[in-house]
Write a protein that binds this ligand. Structure first.
Ligand SMILES: Nc1ncnc2c1ncn2[C@@H]1O[C@H](COP(=O)(O)OP(=O)(O)OP(=O)(O)O)[C@@H](O)[C@H]1O
Ligand SMILES: [Mg+2]
Length: 395
């Protein structure tokens, strides 16, 4: 097991370990400094978010002094599981295609890792020297991860000091990924002509995109952030910009698709298309005079949504049970499922607090939503956050 400060796996580190590539060593700090000055300043940053429904790519430029999205693209994620030879081939081809047509120019990319591949935990350890911290983290990781720690890549992010019962503690976000998965990931990107500069955790991408910029909405009070994808939902609680909690819920828009498939007697893909093109949740007033077809759609969606809401409530209860919990005064939503027509209103009613679509507040973003004309496609939140990795200072 290797433990490093800071979350994200360095591409060079990997290449060195896995392929035996040697990098020329620069002797003396003077030449290192000189090299840094001579190297052109990086102004373009690209990110690839391989979601279970869609691959999203984004390129951000800071050439004009502020971050701006200069290219983006999306493509259906091919069926097939990462790690299976045939699935890998399709994924390589899909990556090639989306990079080509989106026009992103950087060959070095930040990749995100899906929620079910990474195990993240918030832990609290007494304040201690960095050397002892590594042993403490290993010990903590062994407690909650059923995989031998030597087969894992473990990273941590220090979220700051906190006080509890008169003792000082460090609040750490731990992320662990099986090493074999990390190597497979790098391999796939290399085959698609891309170098993974770092693998990022989705919750941090979301923090960056919605809380990390001066233009961000979530700068005061306590906000719940939900990125509702297809297979998973990322849930964060941010209080006065500090990340208090992040969790991956194993539920998302697929629940709605399955519910539609059962109710309409359709295959999954057909039900997904029906949901994305015609899905609509009705308000109480609209339901009073709705046609039978609209009622059937509304009912089918709500059956799937009830499970999603149950999972969200469970996490809210968990947050409320924490010692430092404060009242969540609003929600910020993103992810493809938030585009469902009527979802924002439905969710606001269920949570009894205001709910808004998250917007990074940076130029160049294209709109989205077959159903609602949104200024920013919420499915891109994680990808944009990943592209901001080297631009916005973390937490
Ligand atoms: N207009 C729409 N109405 C309803 N649902 C939609 C709409 N557009 C997309 N979705 C749903 O959003 C989900 C995809 O969202 P997103 O792209 O955020 O997920 P992903 O990142 O691919 O998946 P995950 O994060 O779970 O791995 C799918 O379930 C899709 O059917
Ligand atoms: Mg996603």
């Amino acid at each position: 097991m290797q433990v490093f400060h800071g979350i994200g796996v360095g591409g060079r580190q990997y290449k060195k370990a896995a392929r035996g590539i040697k990098f020329p060593s620069i002797k003396g700090s003077l030449s290192k400094e000189l090299l840094r000055k001579l190297a052109p300043k990086k102004t373009q940053y690209a990110a690839v978010d391989i979601g279970s429904r869609e691959i999203k790519v984004v390129e951000v430029s800071t050439a004009d002094g502020y971050p701006e999205v200069i290219a983006s693209g999306r493509l259906t994620t091919p069926a097939g599981v990462l790690g299976e030879p045939e699935g890998d081939e399709d994924l390589v081809n899909a990556l090639n295609e989306v990079v080509l047509y989106s026009g992103i120019q950087s060959k070095e990319v930040i990749a995100t890792i899906s929620g079910d591949r990474v195990i993240t935990r918030h832990i609290k350890v007494p304040v201690m020297p960095a050397k002892e911290l590594e042993t403490a983290i290993k010990y903590e990781a062994e407690k909650f991860i059923p995989i031998p720690v030597d087969d894992l890549n473990i990273r941590y992010l220090n979220l700051g000091e906190m006080e509890s019962d008169g003792e000082r503690y460090l609040h750490l976000l731990l992320a662990a990924v099986p090493s074999s998965f990390v190597y497979d990931y790098y391999e796939i990107f290399i085959r698609a002509g891309l170098v993974v500069a770092a693998i990022d955790v989705q919750s941090l991408c979301l923090w960056r995109v919605f809380c990390g910029l001066d233009t961000s909405a979530a700068r005061a009070g306590t906000a719940g952030i939900l990125d509702i994808g297809a297979a998973a939902t990322q849930f964060l609680v941010v209080s006065d910009r500090g990340l208090q909690l992040s969790r991956t819920l194993p539920v998302g828009g697929n629940l709605l698709t399955q519910s539609l498939a059962e109710n309409y007697g359709l295959e999954f893909q057909e039900a997904q298309q029906l949901k994305e093109e015609q899905g609509e949740l009705l308000s109480v007033e609209a339901a009073a005079s709705a046609a039978a077809g609209a009622m059937q759609m509304d009912y089918s969606l709500r059956v799937g949504l009830s499970n999603l809401i149950r999972e969200i409530r469970r996490s809210l209860d968990y947050y409320a049970s924490l010692k430092d919990a404060t009242t969540i005064d609003r929600f910020i939503i993103s992810g493809g499922t938030s585009k469902l027509k009527g979802f924002r209103e439905f969710f606001a009613e269920a949570m009894e607090v205001p709910v808004d679509f998250g917007h990074p507040g940076i130029p160049g973003l294209t709109g989205g939503g077959a159903a609602e004309p949104l200024p920013f496609d919420p499915a891109f939140a994680v990808a944009v956050g990943a592209a901001l990795r080297e631009i916005v200072e973390d937490v």
